[in-house]
Design a protein around this ligand. Structure first.
Ligand code: ADP
Ligand code: MG
Length: 318
């Protein structure tokens, strides 16, 4: 199978989205953003052996690639629109490509993305997804607006993805809890709806890809302030707590990567104005003093989670 047949067979589905004037097949796609919307753009790359274990199933790779990319759109409060895909493949394996592209198009449909172009080359397995989304002009959620006194909140539960990776590395036997944790690792659920709901409310927002402390640190640096975090308030799943001891759970909630939840700041008086039923938890407050202060039962703690290094197993540190 040649390059062009590969593209035609696996990646050339026409989009019904009116913003796609011309999709896959020409030198460029021709795209028309709706009036009054700004385009937000982000690219994510996965490299076999660095971001996922060799022999990971292609459908899981597709889902994880898009989940991570779409999570950046969620963090901006954007609505997904277009995808371009750069694939570097060691071989043109029809079974692999078929499973990969089915899962890719399923995820595209779920999150409202149209695949409009890409590039296909031969080499060590690596995949880049560039996602494009729309946000009403001037309303994108940024990292730089947090102010002293704002609440710090997170969505969902933290630490699960890091725990899922651990169970994979240790080849732990798979019960319901372990399956749940591995699902969090392989199949991130970007918080798109929450991100869009937070437009006009949140003063800053980021998605948690490198771990809460690292990503909250980006908000604090951009906003030139600090934060106090109550570790007792960190939202932990039952599956995580069933499988690991309390200190490990806390450390992974603070610094395990790839949960793809949102961390955001909000003036306290706006909390009651958010719609009911959002899966969000206040975990602390923004301070004028810089740095992150961790509290447990009101007492400052210093973190000694040096027992692992998530960069060395699941991520590159670039
Ligand atoms: P060019 O050589 O002009 O850059 P290519 O031969 O690389 O174009 O690609 C031909 C067409 O197929 C282009 O429209 C490109 O966007 C699309 N394409 C290539 N690889 C992929 C892919 N993996 N997924 C989606 N579209 C792709
Ligand atoms: Mg060309």
């Amino acid at each position: 199978m040649g390059e062009f047949e590969l593209i035609r067979r696996f990646f050339s589905r026409q989009s019904a989205d009116p913003s796609v004037v011309l999709g896959v097949g020409d030198d460029c796609a021709v795209l028309q953003p709706p009036d009054g919307q700004q385009l937000v753009v982000s690219i994510d790359t996965l490299v076999e052996g660095t971001h996922f274990l060799p022999a990971t199933k292609p459908d899981l790779i597709a889902r994880r690639l898009l989940g991570a990319a779409v999570s950046d759109l969620a963090a901006m409060g954007a609505q997904p629109a277009w995808l371009t895909l750069a694939l570097t493949l060691p071989t043109a394996d029809s079974d692999w490509l078929s499973a990969f592209s089915e899962a890719l198009f399923d995820a595209c449909q779920q999150w409202g993305l149209s695949l409009v172009g890409g590039d296909t080359t031969r080499g060590h397995l690596a995949l880049s997804a560039q996602v494009h989304g729309f946000v009403p002009a001037g309303q994108a959620l940024l990292r730089r607006g947090a102010r002293p006194g704002d609440l710090v909140l997170v969505s969902g539960t933290l630490g699960d993805s890091r725990a899922g990776l651990e169970t994979l590395l240790k080849q732990q036997s798979v019960d319901n809890d372990v399956a749940e944790l591995q699902q969090r690792f392989y199949a991130p659920s970007p918080r798109l709806e929450l991100g869009q709901t937070l437009r006009g409310f949140a003063t800053s927002c980021i998605d948690i890809s490198d771990g809460l402390l690292a990503d909250l640190g980006h908000i604090l640096q951009a906003s030139q302030c600090g934060a106090e975090i109550n570790c007792d308030r960190l939202p932990l799943s039952a599956s995580l707590q069933n499988c690991f001891d309390a200190e490990t759970c806390r450390n992974w909630a603070l610094s395990g990567g790839e949960d793809f939840e949102l961390c955001f700041t909000l003036p306290e008086q706006l909390l009651g104005q958010l719609p009911e039923g959002l899966d969000i938890t206040p975990i602390g407050r923004i301070t004028a003093e810089t740095g992150i202060k961790l509290l447990e039962q009101g007492n400052p703690i210093s973190l000694t989670c040096t027992g692992y290094d998530h960069f060395s197993v699941s991520k590159d540190s670039l």
